[in-house]
Design a protein around this ligand. Sequence first.
Ligand code: SAM
Ligand code: SF4
Length: 454
Amino acid sequence: MNCIQEDRINELLNPSAPPGRLEVKEILARARKCEGLSLEETARLLYTEDDYELQELFSTARFVKDKVYGKRVVLFAPLYTSNACTNNCLYCAFRSENKNLNRRTLNTEDIVAQAREIEKQGHKRILLVCGEDQSQTHVAHINNAVKAIYECCDIRRINVNAAPMTVDDYRELKKSGIGTYQLFQETYHRETYKKMHPTGIKRDYDWRISAMDRAIEAGIDDLGIGALLGLYDYKYEVLAMLQHSDYLLNKYGIGPHTISVPRLRPAFGSLIQEAPYPISDMDFKKLVAVLRLAVPYTGIILSTRESEALRDELLSLGVSQISAGSKTGPGGYGHEEENAEQFSSSDHRSLSQMIKVICDSGYIPSFCTACYRRCRTGKDFMDLARHGDIHIFCQPNAILTFKENLLDYGTPENISQGEVVIQKALGEIENDRLKEATLEKLDLINKGQRDLYF
Ligand code: SAM
Ligand code: SF4
């Protein structure tokens, strides 16, 4: 299994000199075409340190994000179904040897109750998350949860972050109607991987890195990858994520739908309270911007692991999806339980506060779940996104879903600000017929219809 070529990455790391201004300028000019960057170009940009060049990098990332996706930022909330785990990842509160953690696996009823709490905030998208324990967090547990939530709540897209499975189990998972299947390699660096995962099934690097191949074989074509940043050199991880992405794209015609950038956080009972390879906020901004340029068609997901101030800044540097109002322990919504969380969040703002922040930054909050329901997944989605056409759907769908959100959950402040944002966003739809069709759907939403999309 050699989708990651460590030697190749190592050749690109630690160059004798950072890129000069002309070189950065040339790479950024190519990036503006929204066709992505080569591994070499990406590596060079990661070594940019100069303030002026960094600002140029950030404005190019903003340009590319807006061109590919339009001005929308999609919102979601995680739902932890279980913190049972038989692995012992040194960095995670759920690790098996953390005897002081309050272990809990929610039954289907509890999971639906949690989904209802999330829905009450105004969310339409959930990310189900669980530990890895074959006896409790097996595919049937996940599938029952997914089906029950779709049945009982107005949650319209459920993505899943769960441990690697067999092809047969992925087939089962697909049947339940999930959106994205997400799995982070944690670190693409084998030696570090070995140190971080001393026992349990997760010890096996190859079983994990080949998970996306098995998921694709099972027919899942909407995939999310990521690395837990801070375990090893972030430049290495970024380049490896690109190799992984290229490998999937070349082999199956399906690149990752999303890349997540979780940065290591202190976790209760974790053996790693300080990141072995700390990443400064500036480097974090740089890596997000570089990823945006390297894979312009891929969504970048940011969680509440990051601070309020940094999240606000990252909105305009290429991030396209963010979580809000999150709890990271099973049963955490509604009533908090002590010592059950996976890691401590940094941004505790509510969904309505995040809506305000997104509007203040010149973006439009989106609760869109249209693509997978219109079968714009896998190769079809990639084709649209890679040709820079996905914003044609994103913008009107953001307008429609934000309008619904304002009508059903909006605070007076969100409503008055949101109406202005919606009018502006309508003005940005270039195609007259699409604008007309959006206005018609908006009218129907005002009259009480729901869940309208393109
Ligand atoms: N147990 C499954 C697995 O390991 O793939 C499911 C996901 S786990 C609950 C979700 C993700 O949280 C992990 O993949 C890891 O990247 C991240 N995570 C674990 N510990 C963390 C920490 N201390 N800070 C930030 N993220 C963490
Ligand atoms: Fe378990 Fe996943 Fe946490 Fe590792 S990261 S201890 S597998 S929940």
